[in-house]
Design a protein around this ligand. Sequence first.
Ligand SMILES: [Fe+2]
Ligand SMILES: [Fe+2]
Length: 399
Amino acid sequence: MASRVAFLTEPFLFFTPFGGRRSGGSPRVSMASTIPSAAAATNCSSRIETPKKLFTPREMHVQVTHSMPPQKIEIFKSLEGWAEENILVHLKPVEKCWQPQDFLPDPSSEGFYEEVKELRERCKEIPDDYFVCLVGDMITEEALPTYQTMLNTLDGVRDETGASLTSWAVWTRAWTAEENRHGDLLNKYLYLSGRVDMKQIEKTIQYLIGSGMDPRTENNPYLGFIYTSFQERATFISHGNTARHAKEYGDLKLAQICGIIASDEKRHETAYTKIVEKLFEIDPDGTVLAFADMMKKKISMPAHLMYDGCDDKLFDHFSAVAQRLGVYTAKDYADILEFLVARWKVGELTGLSGEGNKAQDFVCTLAPRIRRLDERAQGRAKKASVIPFSWIYDREVLL
Ligand SMILES: [Fe+2]
Ligand SMILES: [Fe+2]
């Protein structure tokens, strides 16, 4: 039985594929006063009106737990051997993995200072809005403890001991270890660049890890693996786009950094989509229902609770910049959905229940509907606004 725990705190913030500017729940009239006009912008600390309660969950929906019927846990137990042969093969042996140091100046070398100088020269011309996207991506990666926790909430696949020998647990630990290189590399690059306020960034990471995330996966590995399939592809796309932009700005080393991270995300996407493909094979009805459920709730971004100590809408602002620069957009959200529908051949499923048929129709027709809504939103004339970001010393960036 699913147990339900009501959580009622701050307004429900969710990723919106429409520019990241929407927040549900009650209207927040006071918000305007917490974000100064361009003229009034000074520094982050002067923008804080009232100190925030530490690490308060910000979601307002009902939190559902253990929604997968207990008998389905057996499916995951029976897939142990399959996962060993089909999923663990997508991990790379440590000795063959790249490490952050491969892409950074070597602090023990004679030429260290010169290499740092070159790094700083290369990124001198990169605009602030790009740095906002890169910092947001780095902060997202740095909240990795939250994502490992999230995977270990899932019934039937969690790491029961911290060193469990099940294929699922081996995967989760090794996946985490691979992902850990992403935040490390971006963090060190940004530190050396001298372009960003590291202390504000570090505070944002601490707030974010303390806040956690609520992807609404309900301890349910069906929902959990649909979520991770979507997210790995989303990060593959966004790191790919930051790589492309870095190349355009002439920083080929940064392009390489973002590109190598994107290639890890792609490999992880392959593994997670394979798990869901297997679930579609074993339990098409249950899996299509889970897919529709996740899409109805919307795929919230992992860093949706980010906060830097002064901007209450930091994630929305970051998302808006990422949307404007084409790093991660509403169109990407619809494209990922469409990609997954095709990848899992959802349109070709037969013999579904009535509910299953409805779920199938819903997910197969959702991407064009999202695109239409986005086009309409884009068509509405928006007043351009600028927002100071503490991550770049309160310099202002167009949303
Ligand atoms: Fe990553
Ligand atoms: Fe990832």
